[in-house]
Design a binder for this molecule. Structure first.
Ligand SMILES: [Fe+2]
Length: 219
């Protein structure tokens, strides 16, 4: 994926990395992540996934150009990363403290539009095994975001497949994995044969976004 980005003309201003950065619980894996991503030469917003080890991840991702569960104002948009992980569990939930932090950041920002990014999906994917490790309080989280009135976009990872729908007036997007994909709508765990991918997102001044998934076909 990084080679594909380097070989093409399209350039991003920020990267949003929605968790599961590593697989083996090692500090060395985060060092490798850092080494691989630094050449992107831009600010990179990271949130943890269920495969991450928070204290190891923070060591790398709290140091610029990385940031960890942080927020940033970009034009008339505020982007905010949330921690949706539950220690010892593949599934997630967004705790009250994290939701309150979001509300405070939104209240203190002059931005008209908010994008939230986190690891776990606040919606069911229609895949029995995957929904059993989804977000416990997704519906509550979506209602909370709706009540903030400025949230236009939610972006998540975890599900290794595309998703694009509107819930409670908020556009909700999943980005496929930069590695292997999961088979959509599968009752049991199954790997899809689609290639790695990333998503380009342009945040527009009117609160909408343009977005496209780029599949790395390696033709
Ligand atoms: Fe995950």
């Amino acid at each position: 994926m990084l080679d594909h980005y380097a070989d093409n003309d399209w350039r991003a201003e920020r990267a949003v990395i929605t968790g599961d950065l590593i697989q083996d619980d090692s500090a060395a894996a985060y060092d490798r992540f850092r080494e691989l991503l630094l050449p992107l030469n831009m600010r990179m917003h990271c949130v943890p996934g269920n495969h991450d080890v928070r204290h190891l991840m923070r060591k790398v991702c709290c140091a610029p150009p990385f940031s960890y569960c942080a927020f940033e104002e970009i034009g008339d948009w505020l982007i905010v990363g949330l921690d949706s992980c539950v220690r010892g569990s593949a599934g997630g939930r967004v705790g009250a403290d994290e939701l309150e932090r979001l509300a405070d950041v939104v209240a203190q920002s002059p931005s008209s539009h908010v994008m939230v990014f986190l690891h776990h999906p606040p919606v069911a994917m229609g895949s029995a095994w995957l929904d059993s490790v989804g977000m416990q309080n997704g519906e509550e989280v979506l209602h909370y975001l709706e009540a903030l009135q400025k949230v236009r976009l939610v972006v998540f990872g975890h599900v290794h497949q595309p998703y694009d729908a509107v819930h409670s007036g908020i556009r909700v997007l999943a980005t496929p994995s930069t590695c292997r994909q999961f088979l959509p709508a599968s009752e049991d765990f199954a790997v899809d044969n689609r290639p790695p991918a990333y998503r380009r997102i342009s945040l527009l001044p009117d609160g909408t976004c343009e977005t496209e998934i780029i599949w790395i076909d390696n033709e």
